[in-house]
Design a protein around this ligand. Structure first.
Ligand code: F6R
Length: 612
């Protein structure tokens, strides 16, 4: 959701900015633009549409400068249009800004500036920012740090969330950045520096990063960066070395990132397991040190997240309740924020976020902290905002996930939640040792079992060929199979635009079965041996009413009435979602491909949802 890039150095900024924007395309956007300082003036090129379109326009625009800022916009205030695209410039033409986030009081600020004689071209909240900077700039008497002081005075008036990059034709040797509740990182080069919304956009150029904190300013020159707090006192900052390989952000021969990431799952899961789980040893986490006393004091665990991460939380809840006997609730972050949750110092709140930048999840975490709960973040992105807010963080280590639809992050989140549950149960002594040892060995076997599923995709492709023109589909399951049904349904909706619903199979007769008629597609997941017969009866009920059925199972089913069956390897039902989700990821993928859709960048969606 909105991407920001910046460059200052000795090279031509434009190709670096365009390359950075291309790396951020996965975040989701509808327009793109860049601003440079050339011959003492700010030159802006922007348009609605793809970065490739911007690249074409730039190639004819004779742009040449060693400093620039760039942006991909995901429309919030104002329709996707050239006029609303960033960068925005002030009335004097001296200050240009790009912004990720939402300025909640922009109407108020617009009125104030209008009274002072400023006019506005766009429908955006952002356009007030460069004008406010200009207003304060002209009102500051001292010459020292006038640019920074003007930015600071303007930012002081903003309410909402922002990651901001500002350049000025009056200061062609510096870029000023500041953030609050929106991501921004600075990459340190040799005689050049880079800015971006996230690390993968800069991995080609550097592995050394400064992770900007909320309300922290940086003034970036080509060979120097100075950091300031909200009151403009200067401070030093530690650099972070990030070991991600730039190749990890390439497609490496795959047609799409999503397909690549589906195939990466055996490896990403191995990375998640790492040294945390070894046969014959107790599970261990370097990053947390929960004692028996603390775990015994927990009266409730909340798992809070959005979308796919929330679905991983559902599987985690089952593992924690089964293995640790601690009551656990899963809540959607945007609901948790406003439902007045009953949380106190005896509640452990776990936040799952691949990106670590999801606005609702971060706000939900801050709320629980205020109420005195301990907070634990599970994230894939080192140094992301959520990891800096939480009391404790554990990383999934799944590698960069670029496709908007989450696949490998989900399976890694589930694996991590289950290992965490085992770890807690080992401290608490709440589980049978033999059962845990078998579960551990099942977890270690997951990568090999996934490889088997990845090597046999023909049935799922055949099924996708048959159903891709349909308008509605239904997913059924019980227990963790229902958790997976929800994830399969979400995956299908978001990349194939087919309406789908997931139901707990036992709930069918309480309403939804009215929707089942001749030819409707129903996908059922049946992996829990205790629930097979129950779910099978429900599947039989939809078959009787004419449904076309796909069954994903690890059981030996004798029923031959299903139209398609995909058999997956058997495993403990606590972790079976990690295997049963993979055919569902493929199903969404192949259906979207059959429909000729862009699977990596589905319409209206953003990888990182940094606004409420
Ligand atoms: C769906 C998907 C989203 C994310 C959700 C949370 O495929 O990716 O539902 O899971 O937006 O994102 P994170 O995990 O970054 O907080």
């Amino acid at each position: 959701m909105c991407g920001i890039v910046g460059y200052i150095g000795n090279k031509n900024a434009t190709p670096i900015l365009i390359n950075g924007l291309q790396c951020l395309e996965y975040r989701g956007y509808d327009s793109a633009g860049i601003a440079i300082v050339q011959n003492g003036k700010i030159n802006i090129v922007k348009d609605k549409g793809r970065v490739s379109n911007l690249k074409n326009i730039c190639s004819n625009a004779n742009l040449n400068s060693n400093i620039g800022i760039a942006h991909t916009r995901w429309a919030t205030h104002g329709r996707p249009a050239k006029i609303n695209s960033h960068p925005h410039i002030d009335n004097s033409g001296n200050f240009a800004a790009v912004h990720n986030g939402i300025i909640e009081n922009y109407n108020e600020l617009k009125e104030f500036l209008t009274l002072k004689g400023y006019s506005f071209l766009s429908e955006t909240d952002t356009e007030v920012i460069p004008n406010l900077i200009h207003y304060y700039y002209t009102n500051i008497i001292s010459d020292n740090d006038k640019f920074l002081k003007a930015v600071n005075s303007a930012v002081d008036k903003l309410r909402g969330s922002y990651a901001l990059e500002i350049i000025s034709s009056l200061y062609p040797d510096q870029i000023i950045v500041v953030r609050k509740d929106s991501p921004l990182v600075i990459g340190k080069g040799n005689g050049e520096n880079f800015i971006a919304s996230d690390i993968p956009a800069m991995l080609y150029y550097t592995k050394d990063f400064y992770l900007l904190e909320d309300n922290e300013y940086a003034v970036i020159y080509k060979d120097n960066i100075t950091f300031f707090d909200n009151f403009l006192s200067e401070h030093s900052k530690t650099i972070k070395n990030i070991e991600w390989d730039a190749n990890a952000t390439e497609k490496n021969g795959y047609e799409d990132y999503m397909l690549k990431e589906i195939y990466e799952q055996p490896n990403s899961i191995r990375e998640t397991i790492g040294s945390r789980l070894e046969l014959g040893e107790k599970c261990s986490f370097d990053d947390i040190n929960f004692t028996l006393e603390y775990l015994k004091s927990i009266n409730k665990i909340y798992i809070v997240a959005c979308g796919t991460a929330m679905h991983a939380g559902l599987v985690g809840k089952n593992a924690i309740e089964k293995l640790c006997k601690i009551p656990t609730e899963v809540e959607i972050a945007s609901e948790f924020r406003y439902c007045e949750p009953i949380v106190d110092k005896n509640t452990l709140c776990i936040y799952i976020s691949q990106s670590g930048e999801t606005a609702d999840t971060i706000a939900a975490l801050k709320l629980a902290k205020e109420k005195g709960a301990k907070t634990l973040a599970i994230s894939n992105v080192i140094g992301s905002s959520i990891t800096r807010e939480a009391d404790y963080t554990i990383y999934t280590h799944a590698g960069p996930e670029i496709a908007v639809a989450s696949t490998k992050a989900y399976t890694s989140q589930v694996v991590l939640m289950v290992i965490l549950a085992i770890h807690f149960s080992e401290i608490l002594g709440t589980s049978d040792k033999e059962y845990i040892n078998k579960l551990k060995s099942d977890i270690l076997d997951l990568p090999a079992k996934i490889e088997v599923i990845l090597s046999e995709t023909n049935i799922i492709q055949e099924f996708a060929n048959k159903v891709y023109t349909e308008h509605d589909m239904y997913f059924l399951g019980r227990g963790t199979d229902y958790d997976v049904a929800m994830e399969g349904s979400l995956k299908l909706k978001e990349i194939s635009y087919i309406h789908s619903e997931a139901y707990a199979a036992g709930e069918l007769k309480h309403g939804p079965i009215a929707l089942i008629e001749n030819g409707v597609t129903v996908i059922s997941i049946i992996t829990n041996s205790n629930l097979v017969e129950k779910t099978l009866s429900n599947v039989q009920e939809v078959i009787t009413r004419g449904a076309k059925t796909l069954v994903i199972t690890n059981q030996k089913l004798t029923n031959t009435d299903f139209n398609f069956v995909i058999t997956i390897p058997e495993t403990n039902s606590i972790i079976s979602p990690i295997l049963s989700v993979i055919p569902l990821q493929f199903l969404a993928y192949y259906i979207a491909k059959n429909k000729g859709l862009d699977v990596d960048k589905p319409r209206n969606l953003a990888k990182s949802v940094t606004v409420e």
